[in-house]
Design a protein around this ligand. Structure first.
Ligand code: 1HN
Length: 342
């Protein structure tokens, strides 16, 4: 009889498939990413403290505190899920976070204050609840010309190029780039500005004030999604598609007392609580959440949300759905008890 040991005795770097198949192709996705909630108010308080002690400069490229999924520490990945990185960044008035570019895609959701980012020569000013998209491999630097600290949430797909061994990073020759391009930000539905010089689209922005207004109008119409409440997806105005080839973004409103039905999907989700407070049940475990918190829903994990407050709750959701859909790996399932609950 041939056993693993006899096979490996004769052949180096060869394994017998019958001994490893169940690990290679398990019945369901491996549970490496853990459901988790980070206290956003605590992280932001620490970030303000750190800003007094550490200056942005040569050794500190960006001043950011990064939520790390406890399940990913073992693989040395500093990210919230196996595909999505988020980080709380602070830029003080007058500070400059120098120009560079990288293959990971990036987007930023402003939490507090006002900031500016220059993306491939185009200046983008952003304020509270605005969402700015920085396409892959575009030069970007940040400044704060205001009088208050700017605090925002960075969203990057760092783990994806890393997994594909396609990560590149380059510093810009100067600290900041000149502003050379007219703004292409003033987009309207079904029209897009004629600036698109390379593979990726130019930067674009979603004004929080406008997005939240649409959410509120929709909440009056009662067109609620049973799983996400009142939900809107951010659409790339240049392509009509997702904000990136890998990550997508949506924002949803939960009315007071609203409770969503349980489901699961192969995409993972990172939520940022824009406002309000509530409760999530993820993989049967309770996760209370409050303003500024980060919540992780791992792939193929049952989850549901409820708004426990007296105010409407607004949740930003970053997902890896665009990548899974492109690969034909998107799959979702409604919890059996959710059917009965109707
Ligand atoms: C980056 O370029 C920014 O531009 C933030 O603000 C976080 C994390 C890893 C690599 C590059 C930024 C980052 C980053």
């Amino acid at each position: 009889m041939t056993t693993a040991s006899t096979v490996t005795e004769y052949l180096e770097n060869v394994v017998p498939l019958w001994e490893v198949l169940k690990g290679l192709i398990p019945k369901e996705p491996a549970k490496l990413v853990q459901p988790y909630r980070w206290n956003g108010k605590e992280i932001i308080a620490r970030l303000r403290q750190v800003a007094k002690e550490i200056q942005v400069g040569e050794n500190v490229e960006r001043r950011v505190l990064v939520p790390v999924n406890p399940g990913l520490k073992v693989v040395g990945l500093y990210a919230a899920t196996h595909t999505i990185y988020v980080g709380f960044q602070i830029v003080l008035p007058g500070e400059v976070a120098g120009a560079h570019r990288h293959t990971p895609f990036a987007a930023r959701f402003m939490i507090e204050g006002k900031g500016s980012t220059v993306v491939d020569g185009m200046k983008v000013d952003f304020e509270e609840s605005d969402y700015v998209v920085t396409p892959r491999w575009s030069w970007h630097d940040h400044t704060n010309e205001g009088s208050m600290p700017a605090i925002w949430l960075d969203v990057l797909d760092i783990p994806i190029p890393r997994m594909l061994h396609a990560t590149f990073f380059e510093d810009y020759p100067q600290e900041i780039q000149p502003v050379t391009l007219a703004s292409s930000l003033n987009v309207r539905p079904k029209v897009a500005p004629s600036v698109w010089q390379k593979g990726e689209t130019p930067a674009f922005i979603f004004k929080g004030r406008e997005v939240i207004q649409v959410l509120k109008e929709m909440s009056k119409q009662g067109t609620d999604d049973p799983f996400d409440g009142i939900a809107l997806t951010y659409v790339n105005p240049h392509t009509g598609g997702d904000v990136s080839s890998t990550l997508g973004t949506s924002i949803s409103l939960l009315k007071p007392g609203m409770k969503t039905r349980a489901h699961r999907h192969t995409m993972s989700v990172v939520n940022y609580v824009v406002r309000g407070r509530g409760f999530a049940i993820i993989d049967g475990r309770p996760f209370p959440w409050d303003q500024h918190d980060i919540l992780v829903v791992p792939p193929w994990t049952w989850h549901e949300y409820s708004n426990e407050g007296n105010e409407e709750a607004i949740l930003l959701a970053i997902t890896d759905a665009p990548m899974l859909q492109r690969l034909g790996l998107y799959r979702e399932e409604v919890h059996p008890e959710s059917f009965q609950a109707r």
